[in-house]
Design a protein around this ligand. Structure first.
Ligand code: HDD
Length: 711
């Protein structure tokens, strides 16, 4: 069957201008892409071959469109229904496929097969997300990141739905709608987008003392990660591992990035969001496409009731963590993300994580936040995905056999066969699946008794000790960033009494921090908030610092290399070779996207034109212009921003001698130890080695206005 040109009812060929017909395929006709290959033929959703996808059916060339046109109607109908409700939280996310490999067996603690057999590989799907912003918001918002992992185990799907922060804002699920209403855009004006820097969030937070541990994390650089690849993940709650004899051990789950922890600066984040709102998703996609597969080790903190009883807080309270120094993290396996999705909607949008998805050997603790979540996730999938059969979608379908008598419902694709659809039944072998007490899921038989009442446990009442511990565990520059973030956020709060209330909580966390923030806001120090329990001085925990847990190499990081016509081929080649040896990446930034011609005549294509590739997109920069090129760049505002921002963001700056003219023009006159010469080929390796520490932090005190005035 040929589908070249469309014949009308009168048998005349469309497109034949001489026959008096208007051009059928728009103007010029070149958009009418036809085929004579049946296998490539476009069809309707019903499989009917389509001859003309450019024009709807109408009565005469300029006449009305006919309702009869089932092809038009079907196409528009489907388009009209493309959207599903975005997630009420974590709307913006990015997913990838991967594999989890167990390296250390927990079979003495759990019957969960996924945690039992060393060497076993289990398929996973991971979705990272921001919490507050809409689906189209920018990636580098100051926000908590979701870190949700679906393990397709032999015993069914296990979902570990965590965040990149190990504690939560609230202790009881009943407060979740309030928290989320408060942080998302204000309801009358529908702004601000993807930001906690507004009155409603801080009003809620300052009236909720339990939030203040997480607020400290939120104000730290944890919430502006450099990449999904450089953040930790946490299951947050205590769960239970249960062995074959029904013995239970408490467990907290940790994901540790093999890429090391890394964040960006706030001033940088603001600019990244303008330059590339997709910064994080692009980074993950590109790394996987390049074969630089990101990896996380899975760690567990295992503890029994006796240890739990000795902790200076209640482990069932999700606003608390257990310092790794108290209960060490045991690494039991590695997750590798090795495949990008082939369709975003089918996978990343339709994936349905549910905290209730556990497998035999993994059970819940009595954390009240977790219990509320177990209802919410299942419920929300019904709304989002439109029916109870979302487990039939490939991304949600278990990889092990699924056998039950659940049936029908919207879009049922996996339908039971045979006569029996109930149990017990007496149809023998044909009667369908049966219960299996030996391998079937059994809830841990915890002893429970108590008076039915709406109450918060006394053991949840210490809200400030771990907030203080977190703050004191940070390195000085990290503490400074927390102070800066608090001042920034609160400066966006219109009500002065809310600002002051925030400082009153800080006084219970750290007096110096409270003074810094009060100063930054121009406030008198308010009275401390009233605490239900006095703040305890807990030992510091270096594991809580990002800087203390950075990478050991520069692998997977990206350098922006600014070139012009006449740049030195020797310098460029030495640098790219050294970067390649490290497993780092680079992008050439040039005055024209067509690229540059080096001094040996080699033509190098540019990845970015200088105004499209600001230095905020890179971990470090190398500025290698020719002398004429540097003189030209010195007159260009975006080239000056390139170096001025790299300097302000404490980046290492590799450069040749000619670059001096650009630095001077950009006002970058204090060439500190973060500047590394690349004039000689052998310098390139030193530059890459230097870059391993990621930033030249001593510079911050010199470039930061607040820090300068505080000195
Ligand atoms: Fe939640 C989504 C993480 C508390 C209710 N949550 C969601 C996602 C992550 C988390 C990563 C996105 C999953 C995805 O990528 O599809 N949530 C957490 C963590 C929490 C937490 C770590 C505290 C420890 N969440 C929490 C509470 C409730 C919810 C207390 C309700 C009582 N969360 C939801 C939800 C979402 C969700 C409304 C929205 C979309 C979805 O579930 O699938 O059900």
């Amino acid at each position: 069957m040929a589908h070249g040109k469309n014949k009308d009812a009168g048998g005349k060929v469309n497109g034949d201008a001489a026959a008096g017909y208007a051009e059928p395929q728009g103007h010029g006709g070149e958009t009418h892409q036809t085929t004579s290959d049946a296998a490539l033929t476009m069809t309707t959703a019903q499989g009917v071959p389509i001859a003309d996808d450019q024009n709807s059916l109408r009565a005469g060339p300029r006449g009305p469109t006919l309702l009869e046109d089932f092809i038009l109607r079907e196409k528009i109908f489907h388009f009209d229904h493309e959207r599903i409700p975005e997630r009420v939280v974590h709307a913006r996310g990015y997913g990838a496929h991967g594999v989890f490999k167990l390296t250390d067996s927990l079979s003495e603690y759990t019957q969960a097969d996924v945690l039992g057999t060393v060497g076993q590989e289990t398929e996973v799907f991971v979705r990272f997300s921001t919490v507050a912003g809409n689906k189209g918001s920018m990636d580098v918002a100051r926000d908590v990141r979701g870190f949700a992992v679906k393990f397709y185990t032999k015993q069914g799907n296990w979902d570990l739905v965590g965040n990149n922060i190990p504690v939560f804002f609230i202790q009881d699920a009943i407060k979740f709608p309030d928290l989320i209403h408060a942080v998302k855009a204000e309801p009358d004006r529908a702004f601000p987008q993807a930001q906690s820097a507004h009155d409603n969030f801080w009003d809620f937070a300052t009236l909720s003392p339990e939030a203040w541990h997480m607020v400290m994390w939120q104000m730290s650089d944890r919430t502006i990660p450099r990449s999904f690849r450089t953040m930790e993940g946490f299951g947050v709650h205590s769960f239970r591992l249960v062995d074959a004899n029904g013995k239970s051990t408490f467990v907290k789950f940790h994901w540790k990035p093999r890429q090391g922890l890394q964040s960006v600066l706030w001033n940088e984040a603001v600019k990244i969001n303008g330059a590339d709102p997709d910064f994080h998703r692009r980074d993950l996609w590109n790394a996987i496409e390049a074969g630089d597969f990101p990896e996380w080790d899975l760690g567990v903190q295992l503890f029994d009731q006796e240890t739990a009883d000795k902790l200076p807080f209640d482990h069932l309270d999700a606003t608390k963590l257990i310092p790794e120094e108290d209960v060490p993290v045991r690494i039991i396996g590695t997750m590798t993300l090795n495949r990008n999705v082939d369709n975003f909607f089918a996978n990343t949008e339709q994936v349905a994580f549910c905290t209730q998805n556990v497998v035999p050997g993994i059970d819940f603790s009595d954390d009240p936040l977790l219990h509320g979540r177990n209802f919410s996730y299942l419920d929300t999938q019904l709304k989002r995905l439109g029916g109870p059969n979302f487990t039939h979608l490939p991304v949600n379908a278990p990889r092990c056999p699924v056998m039950h008598f659940q049936q029908d419902g919207h879009m049922a694709m996996r339908n039971p066969k045979g006569r029996a659809n109930y149990e017990p039944n007496s149809w023998g072998a044909d009667g369908g699946p049966r219960e299996n007490p030996e391998i079937g899921y059994k809830s841990f038989p915890a002893e429970v008794q108590g008076t039915k009442q709406r109450i918060r446990s006394e053991t949840f009442a210490d809200h400030y000790s771990q907030a203080r511990q977190f703050f004191l565990s940070q390195q000085p520059i990290e503490q400074k960033h927390i102070g800066d973030a608090l001042v920034f956020e609160l400066s966006k709060v219109e009500r002065v009494d809310i600002r002051a209330r925030a400082v009153s909580h800080l006084r219970l966390i750290d007096e110096d921090l409270a003074t810094t923030v009060a100063d930054g806001l121009g406030l008198d120090l308010p009275e401390p908030a009233k605490a239900a329990k006095p703040t305890q001085d807990l030992p510091t925990s270096p594991k809580l610092s990002i800087h203390a847990n950075g990478p050991k190499d520069f692998k997977g990081r990206k350098v922006g290399v600014l070139l012009t016509d006449g740049s030195s081929a020797d310098q460029f080649n030495a640098l790219t070779k050294a970067l390649e040896a490290e497993g780092a990446m680079f992008e050439v930034v040039a005055p024209k996207i067509g690229g540059v011609t080096l001094d040996d005549g080699t033509k190098i294509a540019a990845k970015q034109k200088v105004d499209g590739g600001p230095s905020v997109l890179y971990d470090a920069v190398a500025v290698l212009p020719s002398e004429e090129g540097a003189a030209m760049l010195a007159k260009d505002a975006t080239a000056k921003d390139f170096v001025a921002d790299a300097f302000a963001h404490c980046k290492f700056i590799g450069h040749n001698e000619a670059a001096g003219a650009l630095f001077d023009a950009a006002g970058v006159t204090d060439r500190d130890d973060g500047f590394v010469s690349l004039d000689k080929a052998k310098d390139a390796k030193d530059f890459v080695t230097t870059c391993r520490t990621l930033r030249f932090w001593p510079r911050e005190m010199d470039v930061d206005l607040d820090a300068k005035s505080a000195k």
